[in-house]
Design a protein around this ligand. Structure first.
Ligand SMILES: [Zn+2]
Length: 105
């Protein structure tokens, strides 16, 4: 189960909750959330809008959550090597890329 961004309303939904999600993927159609598909939200979890400040979209169109952008630098002297934040470069996604076929090659 993965998260994706609805191409119509921008809501984040779960691929496993959305009727017809994989049919749309197979037909190369943009993904729609449950509400855009059926007219009603599933209420399994609250609706949440995609926010580029807190979410990112990976190379296969899945939505993930950014690591905390604010390093804990308000605690002087607590240079703990175990609190290393994940490399932010890994999560940069300049533009959302939603399940588009790659025409390279
Ligand atoms: Zn939607």
């Amino acid at each position: 189960m993965s998260l994706f961004k609805c191409s119509r309303c921008g809501t984040i939904d779960n691929t496993g909750m959305t009727p017809g999600f994989w049919i749309r993927v197979c037909k190369k159609l943009d993904p729609l959330c449950t509400e855009c598909n059926t007219g009603k939200w599933h209420d399994v979890f609250p609706k949440e809008a995609f926010d580029p400040a807190t979410h990112f979209i990976d190379d296969v169109g899945h939505v993930g959550y950014m690591p905390d952008p604010e390093p804990a630098n308000d605690r002087p002297g607590s240079a703990d090597k175990n609190t290393e934040v994940l490399n932010h470069e890994t999560f940069k996604s300049p533009m959302p890329r939603l399940l588009r076929p790659d025409k390279s090659g």
